[in-house]
Ligand binder design. Structure first.
Ligand code: SF4
Length: 704
């Protein structure tokens, strides 16, 4: 960095990576980001992790898209064989006029010939709230249906389904910082040290101050385990068995909060009868946790004055992900651990704006603020705000369903803004084939991603540090994003491109600034009440819900009831469902996928960040040392992973955190794309794929 005082300008903005939403000061010298430091945002209080501090230079990478590209007439067939540094065999540069005309007319032609439902849209949780709002509006208004979704489908869709069903709201009930007021905290199916590192620092501090930290995860985690009061490495896929056994103890020993249950919940008696079968003694073998530990944790959670539950994709990415989340909600309700300081339910959100993009309606079943498309009053409201637009009353298709329809030729065109389904979808060979079959694919992104390689038109977008807008973090904090540097070449902010596309698709949009979009959002989003653009510019962040113009917002909600019928939350019993695919003779081990500290999601940004890429430059998987010994592979050697969907070779690390019958594979590496192997079986409620559990065969690679 050199002299830290030597910079030309600074911009206060938000880290572009995870859902913690750390506030940053971006220091600029000679038109480039020189360094980034944490500032005193409500979530991070000055802290940053390695990604936020050192992962910024992806925006200056030579692979940035700086001009619109269109597919050449003589291009080879659509495939992944495009070199991002030299794409000229497949694409040629175009003016914005030509590219936008071609992009919009291609989608409009499909709309004319085959109907609006021949076109679908994927938006992105990496964009601002205003951009997410405009994108879902474009699909709903321009194509007259709700087939628009984004990556929330792949991370917390099942959590949101359970929260909406049982609590009446899809967001967290308390900020993660509330842990400082708790006595006990359960962290299940999440690895915050790697994936929400700044949140993890608060969790460690909680434990150091004497709080009881319970870490429940089939994959051990070096980071938080050292600080935990109890570590419960349960068998993968047995979440419901374990959680029901814990609740069985609370019910049978009458440790539950009777007054809270009577005052704030419904469905308890049916739930109590259901839970009686799940005794710790019966569940212990199934989940691999001894009955006494289950009892001890149950008693501690129920007896605590204040308890919180945090969860991640280890809970949500299962075909029983909604049931897993239902159990966590029931556990909190049983003990009355909602609505008070130090209590709450908190699904740790993955991308920096997945909360905001979901709030803004980038979901096929609901309009902004989770208002159901099936509700006639909701459709009337949007008909009024959107100048006469009729909203389709049928919930739209989700990410995996859209890709399936594209594979079958029923969806013929897509507009993909900032998503990378050619890397992120389960059974990704199927997804890539589906993308290659599209008659017309428009991709808007900052890099020539794997998905863009299948595109007919590529529109170069601005990165977050080049944008103005708002984003909403895992804590429900709406925060202001401010530009630090100009976009390279002719790249433009996403909202501007979406507006240009909308006009060419026949919509009379006249937005000239994200502030106008935000003001329109407030017309239908009660969650933004008392939050204004002016306030955000001045204060940087306001938490929703917010009770008045001077209220910084409510960090803990539902102390006086829930946004459900009669103000009551609901107990929904959950049954034990096995994974969609269990190990057998041919595929005897369990594959689980996830992220790692240095790389974020499909790697399109972090693998182009020089420091992060230097620390983690190569695709890798983790296996227990005893498994490696059996395979005859030394740490650092290559193994072949094979599932019913495909096979890949990848370097193996020795890792005692992984059980001997498991392999952990990060999904950030295109050269060993984890989703070649994953199963596309879906949770029936959240429609989320089972990324956390596939049957796999592991062998020494042929080169070993
Ligand atoms: Fe960025 Fe998340 Fe790290 Fe904060 S914890 S610096 S938001 S990646």
């Amino acid at each position: 960095v050199g002299d830290r005082a030597d910079y030309d300008s600074e911009a206060k903005s938000i880290c572009p990576f995870c859902g913690v939403g750390c506030q940053v000061s971006v220091k600029v010298k000679d038109g480039k980001v020189k360094y980034v430091e944490g500032i005193n945002g409500p979530a991070n209080e000055g802290r940053l992790c390695v990604k936020g501090r050192f992962g910024f230079d992806y925006i200056h990478h030579p692979h940035r898209l700086t001009k619109p590209l269109v597919r050449r007439d003589d291009a080879p067939s659509k495939d992944l064989d495009v070199d991002p540094a030299n794409p000229w065999t497949h694409f040629r540069e175009a003016t914005w006029e030509e590219a936008l005309d071609r992009a919009a007319h291609g989608l409009a032609d499909l709309r004319s010939y085959y109907g609006g439902k021949s076109v679908a849209g994927f938006g992105s949780a990496k964009c601002t709230n205003e951009e997410a709002y405009l994108f879902q509006k474009l699909i709903r208004q321009g194509f007259k249906h709700n087939n628009v979704d984004h990556c929330t489908r792949l991370c917390h869709a099942s959590s949101v389904a359970a929260l909406m069903e049982n609590v009446g709201s899809g967001a967290v009930t308390a900020s993660f910082n509330e842990i400082e007021n708790a006595d006990i905290a359960i962290i299940i199916g999440a690895n915050p040290t790697e994936n929400h590192p700044v949140a993890a620092t608060f969790f460690k501090q909680f434990a150091k101050n004497g709080g009881k930290l319970v870490v429940m995860d089939p994959r051990g985690q070096g980071g938080l385990e050292r600080h935990a009061w109890k570590n419960m490495k349960f068998r993968p896929g047995t979440d419901v068995a374990l959680l029901n056994a814990i609740m069985n103890v609370i019910v049978e020993e009458k440790l539950y909060d009777r007054q809270y249950i009577e005052g704030f919940t419904e469905g308890f008696f049916e739930f109590r009868d259901h839970i009686r079968a799940f005794t710790p003694d019966r569940m212990a073998d199934l989940c691999g946790i001894d009955a006494e530990t289950i009892r001890e944790v149950a008693r501690a959670f129920a007896d605590a004055r204040a308890g919180m539950i945090f969860w991640g994709m280890g809970i949500s990415q299962h075909i029983h992900g909604t049931d897993n989340s239902r159990c966590l909600i029931s556990l909190a309700l049983l003990c009355g651990h909602v609505g008070r300081p130090g209590t709450g339910l908190h699904p740790l959100r993955g991308q920096n704006n997945v909360q905001g993009a979901s709030d803004a309606g980038l979901i096929p079943q609901v309009m902004p603020d989770y208002q159901a498309v099936t509700d006639a009053e909701v459709r009337d409201l949007f008909r009024h705000i959107w100048r006469g637009t009729e909203i389709d009353a049928t919930p739209g298709l989700t990410v995996v369903e859209i890709i399936d329809r594209a594979y079958r030729g029923e969806i013929r065109g897509m507009y993909v803004l900032g998503e990378n389904p050619a890397m992120s979808d389960p059974d990704v060979s199927h997804a890539r084939k589906a993308l290659s079959k599209l008659d017309h694919l428009v991709v808007q992104d900052i890099f020539l991603t794997e998905t863009a390689m299948f595109a007919d038109v590529i529109l170069p977008a601005a990165a977050l540090p080049e944008k103005t807008g708002t984003v909403t973090n895992t804590n429900r904090q709406v925060q202001m994003v401010r530009p630090a540097v100009p976009s390279p070449g002719e790249a433009r902010e996403d909202w501007r491109i979406v507006v240009d596309m909308a006009r060419r698709l026949g919509l009379d949009w006249d937005y000239t600034h994200p502030r106008e979009v935000f003001d329109e959002m407030k017309m239908s989003m009660f969650s933004l009440h008392h939050i204004t653009w002016t306030r955000l510019e001045a204060e940087g962040a306001v938490t929703y819900p917010c009770r008045g113009p001077d209220d910084p917002g409510q960090e803990v909600v539902f102390g006086d009831g829930f946004p459900r019928r009669a103000g009551r939350a609901r107990f929904t019993p959950a049954r034990v469902t096995p994974p969609a695919e269990v190990p057998d003779e041919s595929y005897p081990m369990i594959l689980t996928t996830g992220r790692q500290l240095e790389h974020w999601h499909t790697g399109s940004m972090t693998r182009r960040a020089s420091v992060l890429d230097a620390v983690e430059p190569a695709a890798n998987c983790s296996l227990h040392p005893s498994t490696l010994r059996k395979l005859g592979v030394a740490p650092g050697g290559m193994v072949r992973l094979t599932t019913r969907r495909g096979a890949l070779d990848v370097m193996a690390r020795a890792d005692r955190n992984v059980a001997p019958d498991m392999v952990f594979l990060p999904f950030a590496y295109v050269e060993a794309a984890a989703n070649i192997l994953t199963n596309s079986a879906l949770d029936p409620f959240g429609k989320i794929p089972e990324f956390k559990y596939s049957a796999v065969r592991v062998e020494a690679a042929a080169s070993e």
